[in-house]
Design a protein around this ligand. Structure first.
Ligand SMILES: Nc1ncnc2c1ncn2[C@@H]1O[C@H](COP(=O)(O)OP(=O)(O)OP(=O)(O)O)[C@@H](O)[C@H]1O
Ligand code: SF4
Ligand SMILES: [Mg+2]
Length: 338
């Protein structure tokens, strides 16, 4: 791990039990890293394994039949997968915090916001209740809540979606984590609030140097917020690139399809290109390249053998046979297909 590196996930594999004797992998061979102060995107369609990856990092699969069966998660020099449950509890919330996909299900409906925040702060600090209360108000203010005293006395159902999401971010940031994992933090919000929450996260990175793993299916959000991106498909990373390159020169046919289907001003939704089909169920993964049933470039090899994730230039990686010297083919105008 380089000095600047905060998190490195290596060859992670998480399986779910589907019967007494059989388990299947929801994610496998997942390798990625996040540097200090970096906002990294993890993108892909619904069901491709984004949330399973994030829950595996912070080892929160206990309530499911999920089990990490391979790999390592290096965080500040320790492999999180080797820590005891107690050591992991110390890291969770304090050094790595998570904003979950559904804010309303993550806030306790029967506790007022101040009590939830105070409890979270006291769990990881030596603060007295009064100090924790003051810190809670300060944290609510820092996430742009205009009247923290009033909001802190509310129950979750009394808050709007945007306000709940701010409270979730305040809760996550209250112990100044080094890494914030935000799983679809803005999906349930309207566009204006979405932009405010993204600004807020960028502000947190700028002022605190917090690294952020931003999980989303929305490439528009990635373009605005992230510096590097990992694209997932069917439990695998299929492309890795700096954000500007991903958009100007996407390499994997799946990424190309995702980018082509981003709504554009002046274009009717019906006329947008789309990727036919859907992400396969984990119990029915196709052999070979997992994308081959949906890929318009699929060749014979694609259904027979899975390609490796290979470097195609200094900063970009891709998992596609077209990127190997054997199968790189020429397009009609004679250029190598990207
Ligand atoms: N508890 C579980 N038991 C069995 N399979 C699961 C479980 N949780 C997730 N999966 C499966 O693992 C795969 C990846 O799911 P995951 O929730 O990580 O997708 P995602 O990329 O986060 O999707 P979304 O964008 O809809 O949130 C899916 O096929 C899903 O059905
Ligand atoms: S390996 Fe084949 S099927 Fe898979 S993305 Fe590349 S061309 Fe398409
Ligand atoms: Mg998810």
């Amino acid at each position: 791990m380089s000095e600047n590196n905060l998190l490195k996930v290596e060859n992670l594999r998480t399986e779910f039990k589907i019967s007494r004797k059989k388990s299947v992998a929801a994610v496998s061979d997942i390798t990625f890293e996040i540097n200090k102060g970096e906002i990294v995107g993890l993108v892909g369609e619904s069901g491709c394994g984004k949330s399973v990856t994030s829950l595996s990092i912070i080892r929160l699969l206990n309530d499911t039949s999920g089990e990490i069966t391979h790999g390592s998660v290096w965080f500040k020099g320790s492999n999180l997968l080797k820590l005891s449950d107690e050591e992991m509890r110390q890291i969770r919330g304090k050094e790595i915090a998570m904003i979950f996909q559904e804010p309303m299900t993550s806030l306790n409906p029967v506790l007022r916001i101040d009590n939830q925040l105070i409890e979270a702060i006291q769990l990881h600090t030596e603060y007295t209740k009064q100090e924790a209360r003051e810190h809670a108000l300060e944290t609510l203010r820092s996430v742009g809540i205009p009247d923290p005293e009033r909001v802190s006395r509310c129950y979750p159902h009394q808050l709007s979606g945007g306000m709940s999401q701010r409270v979730m971010i305040a809760m996550a940031m209250s112990c100044y984590p080094d890494l914030l994992i935000a799983d679809e933090p803005t999906t349930a919000l309207d566009v204006t609030i979405q932009a405010q929450i993204l600004d807020l996260m960028q502000g947190i990175r700028n002022t605190r140097g917090t690294s952020i793993l931003l999980i989303t299916h929305d490439l528009g959000i990635v373009a605005e917020t992230c510096s590097r991106v990992y694209v997932m498909y069917a439990g695998r990373i299929i492309e890795e690139a700096p954000v500007d390159i991903l958009f100007s020169d996407p390499s994997h046919p799946y990424t190309q399809g995702l980018i082509a289907s981003i709504p554009k001003l002046g274009l009717e939704a019906e006329s947008l290109p789309f990727i036919p089909g859907s992400v396969p169920d984990i119990t029915m993964m196709p052999g070979g390249c997992r994308f081959h049933p949906r890929c318009r470039y699929a060749m014979e090899i694609c259904s027979q053998k899975e390609p490796e994730l290979i470097s195609i230039n200094e900063s970009q990686k891709c998992r596609c046979w077209l990127k190997t010297s054997e199968y790189s083919i020429k397009t009609e105008n004679g250029e190598s297909r990207k």
